[in-house]
Write a protein that binds this ligand. Structure first.
Ligand code: HXC
Length: 515
């Protein structure tokens, strides 16, 4: 063949490969409101930055007439590109080709791009749209999943791993995302389950549709398996781009710095956000926005365990992770889910050199039979573990209540916070004044001529003695009691002087967190 013929041959081969599962399958994909695998990739990456590899890989199935079938690229598109100039490795399963099912070569392609990401030390983004293990390939498909799970685990804490669920993901297709750092879902498009409705009906006789079993909302609000929820694929891609800007390429780097911006002080006047009455709720995200550069805050797991808020912002141009009790929901108590959510986020920040700011306002851990039986001891301990283990700069600010176990768990000095500040509105005590007075002054209240009057008197006495930041400050558990409007300056200073913090724990293979 002449060069011209060879060039023409390559073009023809490319054309065929780029058709994916063919026009009918693509039409079906579009009819369900979904983009194709390549459209998704180019929508996430910078224009013209995508380089595709392994487009000519062929599947290895031999049984059930598979050897007669052509599956372009074996149903997965892989390559490299950039997002706002940052390099990433990426793959997208192509549902138009055998339902994006995972065969041996499909898995090999994913493993290869994951290995590439580990070598280049850049984030890996996986777009999942798959019926799970390719049934015709039997144990080779299962082996493929095992190889991916192993790599997910090895890459954990080394490079950021982002999973995007953009279709029905069943069986093995959900476990790789579960091992990654952030899972993105889109309303009505994403579905995740280990066993689908058909199997559930056969085995248990229960009827449920895909959406109710494992739709985007289910995982963003109830199970907590998804960390970002979007109304459309376009919105989801913007969320991914934003997330990538906040995190470093790998665990040996810090996140990129941006030009510092002041918070929008008109909308977020810090001193007016916290009510003087400690029982009145407020939205702690307004406090975060009053501190953050440009009042911008990327919340993680926004719809799950809303009694705690976690997410990324920048202060003076640098990324920080915020963990904050949310008085708007359940008074900001810690429970099983909120402890899990916060602990995981703390570990993420620590792995990727992101300093943490913890805002405290909570009445403690949630009491109740449900919580005890659900394992609040074990789940709550995850937060103690995560904060104690974290060695990045840790800055804690008590805004209002810090009672009991909640005081300790929310990154107190005792868990090795580096800087602990409190507002004059802070109340740091074993429990709230009402509960405390009822217990320690029980006899005086019971024997008083007017018990209610005596109760109020004792509550007041307790408040004056303990419901303030000064007892903790007297023991050095609070480094400085600061005015609310000094908060950003104190954080900027702490981040500056803490920049070179180095802390090493005892030598060990790894700890045993209360998973
Ligand atoms: C082979 C598959 C497939 C699979 C789908 N297809 N899943 N081929 N292996 N696992 C094929 C279909 O045969 C069909 O091919 C095409 O993909 C599109 O599928 P449809 O069923 O037409 O699409 P839809 O109606 O949208 O339903 C999507 C679906 C459904 C919900 C994902 O296909 C489904 O339930 N698939 C099986 C899911 C499953 O049980 N997977 C195995 C999991 S076991 P044609 O040629 O007709 O277009 C597993 C073990 C790993 O993953 C465990 C690790 C821990």
């Amino acid at each position: 063949m002449s060069l011209r013929q060879k060039t023409h041959d390559l073009k023809k081969r490319m054309q065929v490969a780029l058709q994916g599962g063919g026009s009918k399958a693509v039409e079906k994909q579009k009819a369900t409101g979904k983009l194709t695998a390549r459209e998704r990739i180019v929508s996430i990456l910078d224009p013209d930055s995508f380089h595709e590899y392994d487009i000519f890989v062929q599947h290895a199935g031999k049984d059930f007439d598979m050897d007669k079938k052509y599956l372009p690229g074996d149903g997965v598109v892989t390559g490299t590109g950039t997002i706002n100039g940052y390099p990433v490795c990426i793959y997208a399963q192509d549902f138009t080709v055998a339902g994006g099912s995972l065969g041996y070569m499909h898995a090999k392609k994913i493993c290869k791009i994951m290995d590439h990401a580990m070598k280049l030390k850049v984030p890996i983004i996986g777009i999942n749209d798959s019926g799970g293990a390719r049934i015709q390939e039997g144990v080779n498909a299962l082996a493929g999943y095992g190889d991916i799970f192993y790599r997910n685990t090895q890459a954990s804490g080394v490079i950021p791993q982002i999973s995007v669920i953009l279709g029905p993901c069943a069986g093995g297709a959900v476990y790789s995302p579960a091992l990654t750092d952030f899972v993105f879902v889109v309303d009505k498009i994403s579905k995740m389950f280990i066993t689908g409705p058909e199997v559930i009906k056969t085995v248990l006789g229960e009827e449920i549709n895909q959406e109710e079993l494992g739709g985007a909302r289910v995982h963003a609000e109830i199970s907590g398996n998804a960390h970002f929820f979007a109304e459309s694929e376009a919105e989801c891609f913007e969320q991914i781009k934003s997330l990538v800007s906040y995190v470093p390429w790998n665990n040996a780097k810090t996140a990129e710095s941006f030009p510092p911006k002041s918070p929008k002080s008109r909308e977020y006047r810090i001193s007016s956000i916290i009510p003087t009455d400690p029982s009145i709720p407020y939205d702690v995200r307004d406090i975060i926005r009053s501190i953050a550069d440009g009042s911008e805050f990327l919340e993680v797991s926004e719809l799950f365990a809303k009694n705690i808020v976690v997410g990324f912002a920048r202060i003076n141009g640098d990324t920080v992770g915020f963990v904050a009790n949310q008085p708007l929901y359940m008074a900001g108590v810690l429970d099983c889910d909120s402890s899990d959510k916060a602990a995981r986020f703390v570990r993420y920040c620590d792995s990727f050199n992101i300093p943490m700011v913890t805002l405290v306002d909570l009445p403690g851990y949630l009491p109740g039979v449900d919580q005890e039986h659900a394992g609040v001891i074990r789940h709550g301990a995850k937060l103690l573990y995560a904060f104690s283990e974290a060695t990045v700069p840790k800055i804690t600010i008590t805004l209002r209540k810090a009672y009991g176990g909640g005081y300790i768990a929310m990154c107190s000095h005792h868990l090795k916070a580096d800087f602990v500040f409190a507002w004059p509105t802070a109340e740091i005590a074993v429990m709230g004044p009402e509960g405390a007075a009822n217990i320690i002054f029980r006899n005086e209240i019971m024997n008083a001529e007017n018990p209610e009057e005596m109760r109020q008197e004792k509550i007041q006495e307790y408040k004056e003695k303990f419901a303030n930041p000064y007892v903790a400050a007297a023991y050095g558990y609070v480094d400085a009691v600061i005015q609310p409007n000094e908060t950003r300056d104190y954080i900027i200073h702490a981040l500056k002087v803490g920049k070179n913090k180095q802390e090493k724990g005892p030598d060990k293979k790894h700890g045993i967190p209360p998973f």
